[in-house]
Design a protein around this ligand. Structure first.
Ligand code: PLP
Length: 407
């Protein structure tokens, strides 16, 4: 019989003993969640504006997800990709019917979805008579995952530090985000694809400009290479559209999704169109778990709720209200807040101070969970269902935090 932990302190003591120390964690043991709130083992309640790093799009324990999970537990959790399963087909249908894409291939995480995109781009080049093309140009300050290839595609040396992880995979070069000339400088006969996030999430919530994405599209068309988006963080309704690219009207050849797609179960996907949707033929790519009925049933329920029950539209409206409130806060603390930016329900304030963690800590004291990325960018990626009440609560916590820090 396993003796359950009854307090944060007790659980954290055991965690220090048994869990590998590759994460720096906040001293909070998540016990359960409900909507936009979570409860720890001490019974304290927190407003969750981290949302599992943009995973809990529908919040915690959403009835549609609970129902899908219960149904799944009583039918079939896993079958191999030797066979079809209905949730995978329905999920792919929802993604295709609500986008520019023709086909969907599943994965188990964001990194795996991006690995699939990289493989797809290289094989696409070979299939089109260009085996010399294998380089993927990605952006400085991007984030694409932590496998060897996706860490190398990530334009941040801390993620693929060659001192630790050499030899890194070949075939990656970096250009400046939102700088088309910089991309052109990296272009060559060896390039098979350009990979970018439409909004850099980990890099500090930087939206691409429409001109930049259009410039990439034109460049890829001119060269006959693929434009690939990474929408792992900003897809699945986050920006107030199902796909972030739909805010720009600039379509990629393929696009990765993960995070909020499964409302908390691991899932990733690559959506592809045209010839890019025909490249990964039998024997070229696959995975035991990818596209399984459990993860896909939750993705199907998530997409159904988001698309057909107004969650995405709500995210667009709530995001506007949120940014308006953040801008008011900037007027109140002009020396502390350098910029407010975002789209839909991915929003941020860039601070003038070099480190944002004191603000995160002050919010934590007020039982509000927020996150800091890129050193001094406070990032807000709450459940898409968060409304005025929750937004006002986070604004109040920020206000108090800035005041307490003497900003
Ligand atoms: C844009 C982007 N791509 C890829 C990843 C990697 O996803 P995962 O952690 O599911 O492998 C992340 C994770 O934060 C991300 O934000």
């Amino acid at each position: 019989m396993i003796e359950k932990f009854t307090s944060n302190a007790q659980a954290i003591e055991a965690a220090d003993k048994y869990l590998y120390g590759n994460h720096v964690r906040v001293p909070l043991v998540m016990d359960r969640g409900e909507g936009c709130y979570v409860y720890d083992l001490d019974g304290d309640k927190y407003l969750d504006f981290v949302g599992g790093i943009a995973v809990n799009g529908l919040g915690h324990c959403h009835p549609a997800i609970v129902k899908a999970l219960e149904e799944r537990a009583e039918t079939i959790l896993h079958c191999s990709n030797y066979y079809y399963n209905e949730p995978a087909i329905q999920t792919a249908k929802l993604l295709v019917e609500n986008s520019c894409f023709d086909k969907v291939i599943f994965a188990n995480s964001g990194a795996e979805a991006n690995e699939a995109q990289i493989k797809l781009a290289r094989k696409y080049a070979v299939d089109h008579g260009h085996p010399e093309r294998y380089v993927v140009i990605s952006m400085i300050q991007s984030f694409h995952g932590r496998t060897l290839a996706t860490a190398t595609a990530t334009g941040q040396e801390i993620v693929h530090n060659p001192k630790w992880f050499s030899p890194l995979p070949e075939g990656f070069r970096y250009a400046e985000f939102n700088n088309l000339e910089s991309v052109k400088e990296q272009m060559g006969d060896d390039v098979c694809a350009i990979l970018t996030e439409p909004i850099q999430g980990e890099g500090g919530v930087h939206p691409a400009t429409k001109e930049f994405l259009q410039g990439l599209r034109d460049l890829c068309d001119e060269k006959g290479i693929l434009l690939m988006y990474d929408e792992v963080q900003v897809g699945s309704g986050r920006t107030g559209k199902l796909f972030a690219y739909q805010n720009y009207g600039v379509e990629p050849d393929c696009c990765s999704l993960a995070k909020a797609l499964g409302s908390g179960v691991p899932i990733g996907a690559v959506c592809a169109k045209g010839d890019a949707a025909k490249t990964l033929t039998p024997g070229t790519h696959g995975s035991t778990f990818a596209g399984g009925p459990l993860a896909c049933a939750l993705a199907e329920a998530t997409l159904d709720e988001m698309i057909n029950n107004g969650v995405i539209d709500h995210a667009a409206e709530a995001g506007e209200y949120f940014r308006a409130q953040l801008s008011k806060l900037q007027e109140k603390y002009p020396t502390a807040i350098k910029e407010v930016r975002g789209m839909g329900m991915i929003n941020a304030i860039e601070l003038t101070m070099a480190d944002g963690h004191p603000v995160v800590d002050k919010c934590f004291e007020q039982k509000v969970l927020i996150n800091c990325t890129a050193g001094n960018v406070l990032r807000f990626i709450p459940p898409l269902i968060a409304g005025k009440e929750e937004i006002d609560q986070v604004i109040q916590a920020l206000d108090q935090s800035f005041a307490q820090l003497g900003c």
